[in-house]
Design a protein. Sequence first.
Lengths: 335, 1196
Amino acid sequence: MTIDLSTKYLGLHLKNPLVVAACPLGQSLENLKRLEDCGAAAAVLPSLFEEQIEHDSAEIARVYEYGTESFAEAITYFPEMNKYQFEADTYLEHIGKAKKALSMPVIGSLNGVSTGGWIRYARLIQEAGADALELNIYFIAADIDTSGQEVEKMYTDLVAAVKQSISIPLAVKIGPYFSSPGYMARKLVDAGADGLVLFNRFLQPDMDLDDLDITPRLVLSTPFEQLLPLRWTAILHGRLKASIALTSGIHDHHGLLKALMAGADVGMVASVLYKKGFDEVGRMLQGVAQFMEEKEYESVEQLKGSMSQENCPHPAAFERGNYMKALTSFTPGRA
Amino acid sequence: MAQKRFVTLDGNEATANIAHLTNEVMAIYPITPSSGLGEMPDAWAAAGRKNIFGAVPHVVEMQSEAGAAGAVHGALQAGAITSTFTASQGLLLMIPNMFKIAGELTSTVFHVTARTVATHALSIFGDHSDVMACRSTGWAMLASGSVQEAQDMALIAQQATLEARVPFIHFYDGFRISHEVNKIEQLSDDEVRAFIDMKMVEAHRQRALSPERPKLRGTAQNPDHFFQAREACNPFYDATPGIVQKTMDRFAQMFGRQYHLFDYYGAADADRVIVAMSSGCGVVEETVDKLVAEGQKVGLVKIRLYRPFDGRAFVACLPKTTKVVAALDRTKEPGAIGEPVYQDVIAALAEHWADHAGGAVPQVIAGRYGLSSKEFTPAMVAAIFAEMTKPKPRRHFTIGIHDDVTHLSLEYDENFSTEAPDVVRGVFYGLGSDGTVSGVRSTVKILGENTPLYSQGYFVYDSRKAGSVTASHLRVSPRPIKGSYLVHKATFVACHQFHFLERIDMLSVAEPGATFLLNSPYGPDEVWDHLPLEVQQQILAKKLKFYVVDAYRVARETNMGVRINTIMQTCFFQLAGMLPAEEAIAHIKDSIKKTYGKKGGEKVVQQNFAAVDAALAALHEVKVPSAATSKLRMVPPVPDTAPKFVKEVLGTIIANRGDELPVSAMPADGTFPTGTTQYEKRSIAQDIPIWDPKICIQCGICSLVCPHASIRMKTYEPGLLEKAPAGFKATDWKGKEYPGWKFTVQVYPDDCTGCGLCVDACPAKDKAVAKHKAIDMEPKLKHLDQERKSLDFFMGIPDVDRTQVKADTIKGSQLLAPLFEFSGACAGCGETPYVKLITQFFGDRMLIANATGCSSIYGGNTPCTPYTVNKDGRGPSWSNSLFEDAAEFGFGMRLAVDQQIEYATALLKGLSGKLGDELVTALLTNQQETEEEIARQRSLVDVLRKRLAEIGGQEAESLAASSDYLIRKSIWSFGGDGWAYDIGFGGLDHVFASGRDLNILVLDTEVYSNTGGQASKSTFRGAVAKFAAGGKPAGKKDLGMIAMTYGKVFVGQIALGANPLHALKTIRAAESYRGTSLIIALSHCISWGIDMTQGLQHQKEAVACGYWPLYHYDPRESHPFQLDSRKPTGHFKDFALKEARFAMLARAKPQESERLLALGQADIDNRWALYEQLAGFGHAGDGNGAGKATSKEVEG
């Protein structure tokens, strides 16, 4: 039996449902080539951050002004350079090079929250050759006077603004922390998102107990983390006119299969590549194919959403019941 | 003729443009004010800009001006069109080569920003003493008198030298022209190309040495033929004036501006004529206009070609009616019959007047003016013309000063002015950091390049690098602006910092009816009561139009931080009314875009736009009340309690009234008292560190790292606290040495610069609130009264007995009084903590020989000096010789001290019978290695002096006079890496070889910091610096290793931010060594492109990644080399890219940056491997620091 692994994500035809998530591995063209050779269907390039874009130019202005025009012998401290290559420019160049070197689709990624001047980079990413854009919105509503509605409006305004500036498909990567993630997902699609990427893994601050300081900490995902996006993928499948990518916690072919069966069009991987190496891509795809063969699935399309909330035998299991069951299972007194 | 192209730029840029276009090789070396002349071609070359020959010139930085001149000489001999740029001592270092270049009839132009040669003091400002010192070299000298002329003469000189074969100095007044921004008509590349005769270029190349046509130059000649050979060049000199005039005529034909060897300006029938050169000419010209219009018969001769001096041409341009000539010299030649221009004028008249006019030769009088950029104004010119009307005018005079000693000065009427009413004249007072100068620079450019108006900008900077005050002088006129002098009658005065009002008398320059714009936190209705009475009185007396804008509020609201330049600029345009508001704002925005656009600063552009848009809404006119009612008064520059000299002389200079000081007020030999910064309370910090005794662990780090000695600690007996003011903080001393004593850390609130280094370094955090440290930066105003009271009491607490202090600990060292305090160094300076620490240990017996550079400027720039004295009146005695010779200078001090010790010892032995063997033996055998021994020696010397007084006689008197030398001296040479690695290296090397007891401290910032960050041989590979705009291609020189090869030099490499205890111990060990010691101290700097608050952190990371290994080499040890830092962790790249000096290249040339960073990593790895081998495996990284041996004598 021939098994069709192809899928459609953001309107892009992909040879299989395994996409490399936005992560530092994508900074290297060589890595990307190897991942493609291993079978990856597409790659999201590492994010270009709003802070990065704004910070770069502000820093250069600061450096050129700091301490200058104060003392007659040292009116300036640095020579004027002819041209500056900002990280953003390097990023755009990287997209161009990746497009030339790879046959798989290349998805650019922008990370930010405000609707400021930085979003012009959405168009620049498109002009650099990206097949699609992933907009990663990572906002910590630390101001207790900011309401949920204000945050939601900020998200939708940003999506609308970015969508307006590009013609390539737009995926929006969000976190799970909304009072009503489903409603939010719908609003984002209404605002122009062609797809949703579930979910962002927030980089959480950690503490240094010796220095009594806060330090950023990046930890690789674990398979357990897949459960949260899996739930929301299952809930949202079939209810939105948008693609869904499941990211976080896919560490083997089981994880990828679950993602697809919950309703994702693709599964995105990053941590597993760090843990097990690039060859894991091939092994995962092989595992998916083998499973499908054994279970007599013909295509990924057939598999997609087959266990979504809409299609699974116990829809309530994705809602509160799931939580109850888990609790009761683990409460010794009830055992 | 091509379309005229007007630009506004300064004299250096105008000149550098021509030099870049017309030269193939430029060998350069930084020196103020000519550094920019080399920096621009270097940056242009790095960007691939070609010269008129179609090639990118080679721009090469050398190790000194002498080296640059040698390289120029070589390049010329090998056929390249070659130039260099210099001034002052730099030009003097070129003189030997200049004789050769001229003797070989070699075409070249040196562009010189004429600057004062250091005599009783260094001065970076302008006069002709340097170029005048070159008169005998045989070089032609062509003077420019304006920014326009700087461009034009640069080109004329270049073409003329090619034809004449006589080399040219093209010069103009340092700062006054080199840094004045003015509107000029710029020549295009094509025009420059058309002007240079390629046949002559080819002829120059053909004269080059080449094995294809072998020849020999630079022979040695004998008495029989040298003289004749020397005379053989005469025809070339005879022809030169004619060639220059021909070139000037061709220039006029092509570009419309006619110059002559000497240009006469004024009444055709003048009876009084002034002769002058360079920027002074514009001032005289402006005055001549006014006086001629009033009917006076006066005129001016501008000297263009000063050498060869064409006497006939000079006399020919004088009106035959001339009766009196005043020859003005911007130089001083003590002992001469007169200064050079005077002598030339006399000789020229003696030789040619009879042919020109016959009759009585005009009387010639000689005037000195404008030394070190002293103001030269129309009022002074008018006084000279007035003097010339007298039957017996003074033959020799000075103008611009009050000479109450030799009474040479002419008096002048300060109210005489030539300013036209339609000229806008603005003076803008700001801080270096608030962007005032940039704002005015931009205004000059906007008006000069976008309107038919002419604009001129000149900027007066502070000699203190922290909290620098700037005054920007602006003129805007419908006509070209001739006068190169400050605005003394302003139609617009702007105060960009409210607190200046109490310290700077800025309204004295305001004309009646002028506009006064104040950046004020107080609105139009409340500001009046916050003004000092003196300010209110001037506003009323002069009927000033008074406006306020809360620029800092606008800046805050538009995220501009402390940059208020665009806000104040917008208000200026609105009030000055030269352009319609909309047009002005459009120009300002366009200028913002040009400034930040190419740096990709879209956000910065938008922030500035927002600030501009919000500015006018915040601008308000103040309804001035009818009476001055303020209870506030301006703050006196120094307190009443200050010594007389400080009050009367230094205080006057601090108050910006130094021009008023008479000659008698100044020390004749340049000797100044030390310890005077304590009287100048600048109070520049916004935030100051506030101590919390509950959290403090008493480590002493805050005091150790403070660059300005403005946070200190003391321990004292508890009884003293009985008289402490309320709020004075104290806690129990933690330690065994002083049981039951109290401890206080005290900030000096008016001396602190607010740099924050102390807080960044403080390791003690509150257990309950981790962000709260034992010291935190807090708003000064909240604490000022309390801290002032606390400080008064703190200063009265006696220092502990230094013989009992554990000086080899950080905590102990900080109980020793610093004898270097409150310097003018940058806020957060990485150098001064080392200097301060050294004075804490050895200051009471120190002699310092300081190389020119940052450390000589913050160490010795008048008015106030930071080296100070202890309670006994002892402290460092300091001097600066030159940039290049601090090692030799210190060495000379060592020789003198050693000689005096020997002399005193011989006298002592000779008098031992009268003095008693016991005293003599005690004096001669005391090793003086500990504080106790030093103290004992002082006591012994006191006894000796008493006995000598009793004994009497010549020998006893001689010994008494030399007895100081029996107390061990600590002799130091201080300087930066520019000195030690480059210009002073030869001397340093010689001192290493001598083995004499001299301590050498290299404050290594890895660039020439004082002149704005030019690369030195210490600059690390891959760092961007001026003269290394493409990233330093070569690796850093290992100075320590070179010194170690002698085997007898103590070498220590330290970094206070990484391992303060190591730094401390190494310094002490180096000083204890009775041979030559070299300490290389990593010093973070603005030129690293870092947040200076975190400078120490950068040092720490530099050491951690192996960029800056800590080590010491102690020849007294059996295994002298000890690697004191741990094996590198992390990568150079990760460290480097946190600093703009490296990150900038990664932005501009990513691939080249990658390549150089990789090579830099290899440098680090290789050096570490070498050091490990030197140390022997297992010796690296114990981190315990130096100083194991402190008392061994040098062997052999």
